[in-house]
Design a protein around this ligand. Structure first.
Ligand code: ZN
Length: 305
């Protein structure tokens, strides 16, 4: 079996058991009540650890302002993953023409124009402009708990590579020391949380699929400077584990993009930890079986199931 065969087989199994609901597009699925109960359990487990730090809670819609996407720098590194929201902007006759082409089964999207809304590429993208707009940080910096649906245009039969999925994140904004200390703390916490789910994992330096020539340079510095670590869980095959949690240090990238300053006027550094809640859910179903009632009791206890 190839890896693609393994992906397809697991997806078909999840669809057959009703845990995922087909929407006719690779990477776009409905979730059953059982699937969502596991997702909520993971969120509770993350909250049980992270709430002790009393983060500020922010919940954003799955869209960000197109201007926010532009200012974030994401278009430089990952244009191929971006989703922008389009809407019809034509006249009455354009509308009739659109319905004609639709009826003929042809491309009806000619009069679709981009709106002011883009889809969030990561849960933390709403946080930086919000904090930046408040003015200079206090000495303690800022700590935010955020959670939203994200979009990445990478259609795949791998159920762990969805186009729309949720990230639960904690985001730290402050000095370089504060950002790095946060990342180290969450590297330990992330491993403890996933251990409590009785899942096998390893930690590795990430290799993001940045786009083109600029992307190759970014990928090289990401590796060399160890900016991003991932917690990888084997879902389909041990030799191709799936990143389920990421621990990111952005240096002053977002501090510069959003003019975020520390108490002493320096450009803020930022870090975030992101839990891919669907991926962890899929790993749990893979390792403990599709019937939650038969999962190890200690795992059900942690998840409140
Ligand atoms: Zn993030």
């Amino acid at each position: 079996m190839t890896v693609a065969d393994l992906h397809r087989a697991y997806r078909d199994e999840l669809l057959a058991h009703g845990l995922l609901i087909s929407m006719g597009v690779d990477g776009l699925y409905g979730r059953s009540g059982t699937f969502e109960a596991v997702v909520e359990g993971i969120n509770r487990a993350v909250g049980a650890v992270g709430d002790a730090d009393r983060p500020e809670v922010m919940r954003f819609p799955p869209g960000i302002g197109k201007w926010q996407l532009e200012q974030s720098g994401y278009l430089k590194s990952s244009p191929h993953l971006v989703g922008t929201v389009h809407s019809f902007t034509g006249s009455d006759s354009d509308h009739r023409a659109m319905l004609d082409t639709l009826a003929k089964g042809e491309d009806w999207t000619a009069n679709q124009r981009t709106t002011e809304v883009a889809l969030a590429p990561a849960a933390c993208y709403g946080v930086y402009p919000a904090i930046g707009a408040r003015g200079r940080l206090g000495a303690e910096g800022a700590l935010v708990d955020c959670y939203t649906y994200c979009f990445r245009h990478e259609p795949s039969v791998d159920p762990a590579r969805m186009q729309m999925f949720r990230q639960r994140e904690h985001v730290r904004l402050g000095s370089e020391d504060q950002a790095l200390a946060f990342r180290e703390k969450w590297k330990a916490r992330g491993q403890a949380i996933v251990s409590s789910f009785a899942l096998p994992f390893e930690i590795d330096i990430a290799n993001d699929p940045f786009f083109g020539r600029t992307g190759r340079l970014l990928a090289a510095s990401q590796r060399e400077e160890s900016l991003k670590f991932e917690l990888l869980v084997p879902i389909h095959a041990t030799e191709h584990p799936t990143a389920c949690v990421s621990f990111n240090y952005h240096r002053d990238l977002f501090g510069q993009a959003w003019k975020i300053e520390t108490a002493d006027g320096a450009t803020a550094h930022t870090a975030c930890v992101g839990f891919g809640v669907e991926r962890i859910t899929l790993a749990l179903f893979k390792h403990h079986g599709l019937a939650v009632g038969r999962w190890p009791q200690k795992v059900r206890d942690v998840l409140g199931l």
